[in-house]
Design a protein around this ligand. Structure first.
Ligand SMILES: C[S@@+](CC[C@H](N)C(=O)[O-])C[C@H]1O[C@@H](n2cnc3c(N)ncnc32)[C@H](O)[C@@H]1O
Length: 250
C-alpha cells in the first residue's frame, strides 16, 4: 500500500495512520495506569463516580447475568455491576495489560476477584463466541478505538439475542456557551493537572482532544443503530459533558 492510499484516522487532533493508532493509545494508558484512578477523581472532581452509578441505575443489573466490560481498565464498571447483582459474573477486557493489573489488585482488595476474569484483547476483534454475554458495557473506552463501527459490530456479535449494550462516553454540550466554558477547563486545566500529578502532559492533552473529536449524541446513536441494535436511546449526564447510550440486540 502506498502512502497515498494508506488509511488514516485521528489521534486526538493529529492525523495518524490507522495501523499506528492502537499502539499510541496503548502507550498513553500504559503510562497513566498507576495514576489512572486518582487522576479520574481529580479531573472530574469525583463526578465520574456519579456517572458510573447512573449507568448502573439505567442498566439495572440482574442476578446471574454475565457481563462483558470492554476497555474495562481498572474495573470500575464490573465492580459496580457485581455489587448490584448477586451471582453475576463479569469479564473485563482491555488492550492495556497494566490497566488490568491495577484492576486485579483492586478486585482482590474488594474481595470481588472470584467473579471476575481479566482478558487482554481488542474491542475490534473480541476473543469470545457469538451470543455469549447478557450485557456489554464500555465506559470511556470507545472514543479511543480505531474503528468504532467494528467495535459496535463485535458488541452485537457477542451479545445473546435480547442482550443489552450500554456505552458511557464523553459527549458534546448542546449549549454553545457551556461548551465554550467546558473547553476552556478541559484544554487549560486537564493537561496541566496531568503534568503535575502524573508528570505526563501529552497523555492528558490526547485525552481532552479525543473527547472533542468524538461524535455527538445523535451521530453516535445512529452508529449504534447501524451496527444492528434496536431501541437505541441516550441520556445526557451533566448537561452533555458525558452521555449514556443504550441499545438492545433484538
Ligand atoms: C479511559 S480508560 C477507561 C477505563 C474504564 N472503563 C473506566 O471507565 O474508568 C480507556 C481504556 O480503553 C482501553 N482501550 C482503548 N482502545 C481499546 C481497544 N481497541 N480495545 C480494548 N481496550 C481499549 C485502554 O487501554 C484504557 O484502559
Amino acid at each position: 500500500m502506498t502512502d497515498e492510499t494508506a488509511k488514516t484516522t485521528h489521534f486526538g487532533f493529529q492525523t495518524v495512520a490507522e495501523d499506528d493508532k492502537a499502539g499510541m493509545v496503548h502507550g498513553v494508558f500504559t503510562r497513566v495506569a498507576s495514576r489512572y484512578d486518582v487522576m479520574n477523581d481529580l479531573m472530574s472532581m469525583g463526578i465520574h463516580r456519579l456517572w458510573k452509578d447512573a449507568m448502573m441505575d439505567w442498566l439495572a443489573p440482574r442476578p446471574g447475568q454475565h457481563l462483558l466490560d470492554v476497555a474495562g481498565g481498572t474495573g470500575d464498571i464490573a465492580f459496580r455491576f457485581l455489587k448490584r447483582a448477586p451471582g453475576a459474573s463479569a469479564v473485563v477486557l482491555d488492550m492495556t495489560e497494566s490497566m488490568l493489573v491495577e484492576g486485579r489488585q483492586r478486585a482482590e482488595a474488594a474481595r470481588l476477584a472470584d467473579d471476575l476474569d481479566w482478558v487482554v484483547g481488542d474491542a475490534m476483534a473480541l476473543p469470545f463466541a457469538a451470543n455469549s454475554f447478557d450485557v456489554y458495557t464500555i465506559s470511556f473506552g470507545i472514543r479511543n478505538v480505531t474503528r468504532i463501527a467494528d467495535a459496535l459490530s463485535e458488541a452485537y456479535r457477542v451479545l445473546r439475542p435480547g442482550g443489552r449494550l450500554m456505552v458511557l462516553e464523553f459527549s458534546q454540550l448542546p449549549n454553545p456557551a457551556m461548551q465554550w466554558a467546558y473547553d476552556r477547563y478541559s484544554f487549560n486545566v486537564i493537561p496541566a493537572l496531568g503534568q503535575v500529578v502524573a508528570r505526563d502532559r501529552d497523555s492528558y492533552q490526547y485525552l481532552v482532544e479525543s473527547i472533542r473529536r468524538f461524535p455527538d449524541q445523535d451521530r453516535f446513536a445512529a452508529m449504534i443503530g447501524a451496527a444492528g441494535f434496536g431501541q437505541v436511546r441516550y441520556r445526557n449526564l451533566t448537561m452533555g459533558v458525558a452521555a449514556l447510550h443504550s441499545g438492545w440486540k433484538i
